[in-house]
Ligand binder design. Structure first.
Ligand code: T4K
Length: 389
């Protein structure tokens, strides 16, 4: 099929953009402003701004309860949380991860001079393919980091079996998976520990922030120490640590947004259903679906542009941007296509055919609480126009 390869070849140029205000992927969801400012006011009165303050402790308790897990250790962001979890688990040598993830998963290893080894994904789920993981194990492998991409659970049973067989540690990058579950169990209860991100663009945000969830008491103690320079009481350092602490103002945002979480899920679900119903009959386009019997946050609306769609994926993105629809091609080109990894593994693409294919066809569409009424329908109308080119 001859595809449209240039914006100029789309027969719809020249009109003003469909939206006056840009539609974003990851526009922050923000709970009740008065409640937030009230918490900030109390925080200022207390003059307790950081270092395991009362708001951070309250947030940790509430998140642990929400995810039904024993420990939540709040952090300044998801990347530092990954680094601390990796260090606490004493991973070294090589660690197997998907390439189809945000670059932080790979960098959290490389930053500590641990080699990320990329395994391919299952094209149906976009998550690690256990058979591909097996192929990448070497005598230097010490661990596996699964990613619950788009909040959809990675294949834990298979990954745990592989880890047990080869004496590897298993942990998860659950940056997308706050509010999500797998097989009826909430995320946080799989592997040795799981790492959440509360970045501004996430389903639930603390401006910047993250957390590690675990049921392992000793590991939790160790990670709490590591997040605070290794201090165990005044003047007593017992680990090499870093500064991974969440500040109180971020916890105030988190507590406020936690009270708003049902509204966010409802808005995301509404948008996802509207997209799904609208896209189902557009030839060449398909939406990655969520298993509605599981707990999901429905944050990411993931469109796949098929080989039979008449417009190239990148031209479609450019066309949407011209309409002020700031869709994203997450996570193109995959970590293996970015520096330094593409220099380390110049032939990685040969081992990652599904990653290459999916990264080349995904578009994440705008969603969240800030989308104006009718926006999804307008986006779908435009997609229909492009489908008829
Ligand atoms: N692991 C995974 C699997 C991850 O996805 C992430 C983060 C991490 C680990 C690391 O966690 P953190 O250390 O970040 O806690 C964004 C985020 O920066 C990043 O947190 C996130 N993943 C990634 C998927 O997305 P960009 O490059 O898309 O951000 P940016 O600035 O282009 O913003 C996205 C859209 O949101 C734009 O249309 C603008 C809009 N936006 C953004 C911000 C920050 C707003 O409207 N308001 C805002 O305040 O990376």
């Amino acid at each position: 099929m001859k595809k449209i390869q240039s914006l100029n070849d789309l027969a719809i140029n020249g009109a003003p953009p469909a939206f006056d205000e840009a539609l974003h992927v990851g526009r922050p969801n923000i709970g009740d402003r008065k409640d937030f400012l009230h918490r900030v006011g109390e925080m200022l009165d207390r003059r307790w701004l950081s270092n395991n303050g009362p708001l951070v402790q309250e947030l940790e308790e509430k998140i642990a309860a929400y995810q039904d897990v024993k420990h939540c250790i709040a952090m300044c962001n998801g990347t530092i949380a990954l680094e601390i979890a990796i260090r606490a688990l004493e991973l070294k040598g090589e660690v197997i991860i998907p390439s189809y993830t945000f670059i932080a998963t790979a960098h959290a290893l490389q930053w500590q001079e641990i080699t990320p080894v990329f395994a391919d994904i299952d094209p149906q789920t976009h998550n690690l393919d256990p058979a591909a993981v097996r192929r990448m194990i070497t005598p230097r492998t010490t661990g596996i980091i699964g990613v619950h991409l788009w909040g959809r659970g990675a294949p834990n049973a298979e990954l745990q079996t592989i880890a047990d067989e080869h004496n590897l540690k298993l942990m998860y990058d659950a940056a997308h998976a706050f509010g999500c579950g797998m097989g009826g169990t909430m995320i946080g209860n799989f592997g040795a520990c799981e790492v959440l991100s509360f970045h501004a663009t996430k389903f639930f945000n603390t401006f910047e922030g993250g957390a590690i969830l675990t049921n392992d008491d000793a590991l939790a103690d160790k990670m709490r120490l590591m997040r605070n320079f290794g201090f165990s009481g005044l003047d007593n350092v017992i680990y090499p640590g870093t500064n991974g602490k969440m500040v109180e103002v971020c916890a105030a945002m988190g507590l406020t947004n936690l009270e708003y979480i049902d509204t966010v899920i409802a808005a995301n679900l509404h948008n996802y259903n509207a997209y799904r119903e609208g896209i189902v009959d557009i030839p060449g386009l398909s939406l990655l679906t969520y298993d509605e019997s599981e707990r999901n946050n429905y944050q990411y609306v993931v469109l796949e542009v098929g080989d039979d769609f008449p417009v190239l994926r990148d031209i479609l993105i450019a066309a949407l941007h011209a309409e002020n629809i700031l869709a994203r091609k997450y996570f193109w080109p995959g970590c293996h296509g970015m520096k330094p990894y593409r220099d380390f593994y110049p032939h990685a693409r040969l081992m990652l055919p599904n990653t290459e294919r999916i990264a080349g066809r995904v578009i994440v569409l705008p969603s969240g609480t800030t989308l104006p009424n009718g926006a999804v329908e307008n986006v779908i109308d435009l997609l229909r126009v492009y489908a008829e080119q």
